[in-house]
Design a protein around this ligand. Sequence first.
Ligand SMILES: C[S@@+](CC[C@H](N)C(=O)[O-])C[C@H]1O[C@@H](n2cnc3c(N)ncnc32)[C@H](O)[C@@H]1O
Length: 357
Amino acid sequence: MSDSAGSSSTVTACAMLVDAPVVPLLFRPLRIPPSGPTTSNFFIADAGSKGAGMFAARDIPAGALILVDRPVVVVPSSVSSSWKREAFDALLPRISQKSRDALLALANCHSLSKCPVIEGIALTNAFQIALPTPPLAAPQEYGGVFPDISRANHSCGLNTAVKWDLASFSVSMYSLRDVRAGEEIHNQYIDVLASRAERRAQLARYDFECMCVHCDLPDEAAVARSDAARAELRNWRHLRPRLLPWVNDMCRADDTIIVSNLRALELIVQEGLYGMQVPFIEEIALSYAVLDDEPQFRVWAQKVVDLCLGQDPVRAVKFAGWIANPRSYKQWGWRAKQRLLLDNKKSSLDIDFSIPW
Ligand SMILES: C[S@@+](CC[C@H](N)C(=O)[O-])C[C@H]1O[C@@H](n2cnc3c(N)ncnc32)[C@H](O)[C@@H]1O
């Protein structure tokens, strides 16, 4: 392991504990981080029993960039415990006073008697970021601790997504749905498609029992309903009808893909899992394209554009191009044409059995 902050006398904004062969891969010119929003979208305030939390400073529309943040420390997700402790503590003198203040202000859910302070803060706040893997090396997982994004508390329903960008060494947080001024902004710490019992087990390492609206349910029937919805979404990719085979399969109903994806969206809304909706909305838009239904195509394609503008601009631009010129989509109206051909063939084979007297 190596500390990429360099010699012990070097003080930087971020110190890293990374495998030595990773270090040269990190020392390349960093792009300027994507510029954050011009006015602050959030504030940090008391979130009751959760400690501090992040809240929306104004109404934030779905798909908007909320903030851009850079880590103050980067640590491996798993290292041998024998030397981990001193290595974590050695990071502190290597970061600037500003970064140190930000790091030490973060929550620590581990008791100091069991876990030195920097390790405890890292275990409480770090979330996974991807660093380059040296050739022939096994991939190693790393976590970044961030001054602002690490303040976001967990919820099992999502109102934001975070996107790590290695080139700018920064993470951007986007809204997944409209967030009202004053509403708490959440991050996702664990696999939210797991059952409530599994989610609670996974969250035990953060030392809290989740009481978000998706966990604090009135009775066991509500828990079973929520667990079933999440399991259905988790199994979706194995069970759902596929768009491409459907395009040519005239034995299947025209609304097969639309009905199936609307069902997924219903479950997503029920469970507040907004981060998952884009692929389903996209398939509905493309189904309408294949069915030559321009008004509906425009409605659904516009939803893709609105949701992707910030975090997936390539997809947003692609759909915006199709909205501008729907027939440039290569399979535009394909099923409608096939249906017409079939109907024409059928009518040419029709025998008139009516008796003319
Ligand atoms: C990454 S920090 C989040 C910010 C933290 N609340 C603070 O004061 O800086 C993670 C810690 O926040 C608390 N926390 C996060 N989400 C929570 C939730 N849904 N319910 C209760 N506590 C939560 C837990 O103590 C957890 O260990």
